[in-house]
Design a binder for this molecule. Structure first.
Ligand SMILES: *Cc1c(COP(=O)(O)O)cnc(C)c1O
Length: 482
């Protein structure tokens, strides 16, 4: 998606694809939206898609597929064991990451389950730039702990640092010295660090971490779910890689890691996931678990159609014109919001625009879930569904107290190649309105709180009747308009 110079003098990002199939969406009146969010327990995960105008909850499994991906699904080779589809996918992945073995799994967290069972022992620690919700849950489930060693700036909302997802090398050395390498089950690098604003990791940083892990005999695991955005940033933010083909960059990343896993719901714009390694011993151990938890080795819980689409999608993700729409739209949205004073994570990352709910709702304490309240309020005033990424997404401590998140974010994710520029402008406009009226937003409290991954299906209620007040103000300002 190149920026093209217009006659007007503006540089405007231009889509390098055309839309050949569309889905009708509806923008319900705010009164209906008020009912919908109430019925959803003020948790955007519990909204029904029919009540949503733009679904910016996640990019997971909702990216637009290409005509070639759809076409490939027709040639899927249906077979429980030994499907040609599997061998096509395997060879694409082996070539892409320059790794020897591939194990299929039905999605990213399924890979995390297998890897946690392979590497984590009770009392051990996984050291990583930052956790992802399902990653942490799987490590903790088998008795492990996590330690986060992202550079300090990674947790600051505003910054100019191009690679805010980097691991702090000094912190890594300190963790090794303090814990002892026998207590570290693995070191994990997450591409495009999800929970802190889709921030990338630099090649230099990965090289250095890899060198240390090799020297210490530590296993290095790479979560490549958000690799596309990270590759875009390596190309555009690191002058050393400006002219390097992203295929070459990806193969170099492969050469640094012991295990790579990914969610194909993100990487490759399909469904499914998988694990790669060149380590025969690890491969043999993981191979035993795949049929137990996922499915036979040549499908791993995926349909052959999904696997064909994934094989094509993965190859297409090695093209800058294809992977650039999300980071460019994120940048456009962030810039429009910043111009109006709305606090967002900078520099703009991949995945989506991340609004800083702590500043946005500075009058709401963290225990009253400012990011969750902001997500509910934004749906109410726009029909746009975002996701809370803050204290609600954390788990309570064993004593029942809250784990206060480092950041309180409203994430507005961009499914790949799904939205248009005018829709991005609508999001910016309604969010700016909400910012002007932010004092009307109030806190939330749990009505029903699940013990694990509570953000997925917990139900909440507003502490005051603030949604009504917001609705009234919206009607006063927008009249009959949607
Ligand atoms: C989405 C995601 C996962 C989990 O993948 P699923 O396919 O949703 O299970 C793991 N890691 C990261 C960084 C992700 O963004």
């Amino acid at each position: 998606m190149p920026n093209v110079k217009f006659f007007s003098g503006e540089n405007i990002p231009l889509e390098m694809h055309k839309v050949r199939m569309v889905q009708r969406v509806y923008l319900n009146p705010i009164e209906e939206r008020a009912n919908s969010i109430k019925e959803a327990g003020y948790n955007t995960f519990l909204l029904r898609n029919r009540d949503i105008f733009l679904d910016m909850l996640t990019d997971s499994g909702v990216n637009a597929m290409s005509e070639n991906q759809y076409a490939s699904m027709l040639q899927a080779d249906d077979s429980y064991a030994g499907s040609e589809t599997y061998y096509r996918l395997e060879s694409v992945l082996q070539d892409m990451f320059n790794m020897q073995y591939f194990l299929p799994a039905h999605q990213g967290r399924a890979c995390e389950h297998i890897i946690a069972k392979l590497l984590v022992t009770p009392g051990s620690t996984a050291v990583m730039n930052y956790h992802f919700t399902t990653t942490k849950a799987h490590i903790c489930m088998v008795g492990g702990e996590i330690e986060e060693i992202i550079i300090d700036e990674g947790l600051q909302i505003s910054s100019e640092l191009p690679f805010k997802g980097n691991l702090d090398i000094e912190k890594l050395k300190a963790s090794i010295a303090r814990l002892g390498k026998d207590k570290i089950c693995f070191v994990r690098i997450e591409a495009g660090t999800n929970l802190v604003g889709g921030q990338p990791v630099s090649m230099d940083n990965m090289r250095e971490v890899s060198k240390i892990c090799r020297a210490e005999g530590l296993t290095l695991v790479y979560d490549a779910s958000l690799l596309s955005d990270n590759l875009y940033f390596i190309k555009t933010r690191d002058p050393n890689f400006k002219d390097t083909d992203i295929r070459e960059i990806t193969r170099e990343i492969g050469s640094m890691m012991d295990i790579i896993y990914f969610s194909a719901r993100k990487l490759g714009a399909a469904r499914g996931g998988g694990i790669l390694t060149s380590n025969n011993e690890m491969f043999m151990k993981m191979r035993e678990m795949i049929p137990l938890y996922e499915g036979f080795l040549t499908y791993g819980g995926m349909s052959v159609r999904e696997m064909e689409a994934m094989a094509i999608g993965l190859q297409e993700s090695m093209d800058m014109d294809i992977i650039s729409q999300t980071p460019i739209f994120v940048e456009v949205l962030c810039k429009e919001l910043l111009a109006k004073g709305v606090p967002v994570v900078t520099p703009p990352g991949g995945l989506g625009c991340h609004v800083d709910a702590r500043q946005f709702c500075e009058h709401i304490p963290q225990e009253k879930y400012p990011a969750g309240a902001l997500a509910a309020a934004f749906y109410l005033c726009s029909g746009v569904r975002g996701m809370e990424r803050g204290t609600l997404s954390e788990q309570r401590n064993p004593d029942g107290s809250e784990t206060l998140a480092h950041m309180e974010l409203l994430r507005l994710a961009f499914p790949k190649r799904v939205f248009t520029l005018s829709q991005v402008k609508y999001v910016a406009d309604r969010l700016t309105w909400l910012y002007e009226n932010r004092k009307l937003i109030g806190g939330l409290t749990f009505e029903e709180e699940p013990r694990v991954l509570r953000f997925f299906f917990g139900r909440l209620k507003p502490l005051t009747n603030w949604p009504d007040e917001l609705l009234k103000k919206f009607r006063a300002d927008f009249g009959e308009s949607l």
